[in-house]
Design a protein around this ligand. Structure first.
Ligand SMILES: CC(C)(COP(=O)(O)OP(=O)(O)OC[C@H]1O[C@@H](n2cnc3c(N)ncnc32)[C@H](O)[C@@H]1OP(=O)(O)O)[C@@H](O)C(=O)NCCC(=O)NCCS
Length: 184
């Protein structure tokens, strides 16, 4: 399939998406790297405040030709000082934003979709967040599909090391990747 021609769109996640999100988070290719609880109560606790506007993180369902294929979220470092502190050793700029993402179905990975999702989403972020200088992602050194997708979407590796973080997804050695506004 020629994914380069795929029509991608990003729609704000709603509570009606929680069941699908739970199914995706339980899928091994996602749960290997996205290490958070995926029962509906945990999803309500984590994402309910986003839906209600009490958490400034923005969460989206990625659709291809009108069908849900994945998830992506973005947040400003200035709204998440703890994340900013954790990533500070990597020399990340304060005026930055972070993203996290996955392709939901194992049948869709390895076909260029993740690269395309990141590329399109970051392009939109320069307009959405006019004050940011860079988009930042930390990724396990063992998660080659993710850091290769970042590289192919225009990100550069800025740092490698262990993060001072309690988040299970940050365990072990991580690469920190940056896409600067003038690169994106
Ligand atoms: C990371 C992710 C979004 C990448 O999307 P994708 O559509 O699978 O990746 P792409 O097809 O765009 O290709 C990216 C690279 O991944 C590699 N890759 C993809 N699937 C792979 C697999 N099953 N085994 C090994 N490498 C794989 C490809 O080889 C490609 O690198 P290359 O061009 O150097 O060969 C997707 O794999 C995913 O959702 N993973 C689980 C969740 C996750 O890790 N999220 C990111 C946390 S930081």
């Amino acid at each position: 399939m020629a994914l380069v021609d795929a029509q991608l769109s990003f729609r704000a996640m709603t509570r009606e998406d929680f069941t699908l999100l739970s199914e995706w988070l339980a899928t091994p290719h996602v749960s290997n790297w996205w290490r958070e609880e995926f029962d509906l109560a945990a999803i309500e606790a984590r994402y309910g405040p986003v839906i209600d506007g009490r958490d400034p993180t923005e969460c989206f369902i990625v659709e291809r030709d009108g069908h849900p294929v994945g998830f992506i979220q973005r947040y400003l470092f200035s709204d998440d000082p703890d994340r900013q502190r954790i990533l500070a050793p990597a020399g990340t700029p304060d005026d930055a934003a972070g993203i996290d993402y996955f392709v939901g179905s194992p049948s869709l990975i390895g076909q260029g979709l993740g690269t395309q999702i990141i590329d399109r989403f970051v392009e939109d972020m320069w307009t959405r967040y006019p004050a940011i200088a860079a988009v930042v992602v930390d990724v396990s050194v063992d998660n080659r599909p993710s850091w290769r997708a970042l590289e192919k979407a225009g990100f550069s590796r800025a740092w490698t090391g262990a993060l001072d973080s309690d988040d299970p997804s940050d365990a072990g050695l991580n690469h920190v990747y940056l896409c600067r506004r003038d690169q994106g």
